[in-house]
Ligand binder design. Structure first.
Ligand code: HEC
Length: 192
């Protein structure tokens, strides 16, 4: 019965919403195990209907990333993880780990340097050079001096820089804050 209903809806192909209904009907039909292979014509239309709404945004995105040879999100994920570790190591006064994580963040930036990713007209590496990297140096200095209050202040100042760029590149939904937990479950951040 459900299969018949699915076919009925699929049959009522008028306008775009009907095509969407048809896709749903096919999906439901498929889930119910109905043996009804869509005719090639229908299949093409269905695919089009599914992809259509995102088409424009997709093209824009592609244009944006036309010169990127890197997966920026993956690099950012690493930066985010390492910057979380900086917090725990810094709170524990673990200078070795703070320096190590900051060095690794700098290496990620170096990897990006050649690819020169540009997001919404913003040169990502240049932005890091001017805002985030000097902030990371201040963090190292604070830890070197054993000054936790300054460390926390500078840590938050860098977060503000991260978020300023996320806003500038239309990614303000990626809001960085102090971490909720140590991203390295088996590394003692206080061992120095
Ligand atoms: C120059 C601009 C810029 C700066 C500075 C910047 N980000 Fe990003 N960040 C981005 C963009 C753009 C994306 C989205 C990447 C994409 O679309 O692939 C992103 C994505 C992210 C993500 C999401 C990664 C994922 O899982 O997909 C995290 C986490 C992140 N950034 C952390 C940080 C942290 C932490 C800092 C500061 C230490 C920072 N970012 C500084 C531009 C920036």
């Amino acid at each position: 019965m459900a299969c018949d209903a699915a076919k009925d809806v699929a049959g009522a192909r008028k306008g775009r919403s009907a095509v969407v209904l048809m896709v749903l009907a096919l999906a439901v039909g498929g889930l119910m195990g109905c043996e009804r292979a869509p005719e090639p014509q229908e299949k093409a239309e269905a695919t089009e209907a599914v992809v259509e709404p995102g088409d424009e945004a997709e093209e824009e995105h592609d244009e944006d990333h036309a010169h990127d040879e890197v997966h920026l999100g993956a690099h950012m994920f690493e930066i985010g993880r390492r910057y979380s570790a900086v917090w725990y190591a810094g709170e524990a006064g673990n200078k070795g780990m703070v320096d190590y994580q900051i060095h690794e963040i700098e290496e990620v930036i170096e990897e990006l340097r050649e690819a020169k990713p540009v997001e919404e007209g913003i040169d990502v590496v240049d932005y890091f050079d001017r805002s985030v990297l000097p902030g990371l140096e201040k963090i190292e200095e604070a830890i070197e001096a054993g000054d936790t209050a300054t460390f926390e202040k500078e840590y938050d100042a860098v977060i503000a820089q991260c978020n300023a760029c996320h806003t500038a590149t239309k990614h303000d939904f990626i809001a960085i804050g102090r971490p909720q937990f140590n991203p390295y479950p088996n590394v003692r951040m206080d061992a120095d």
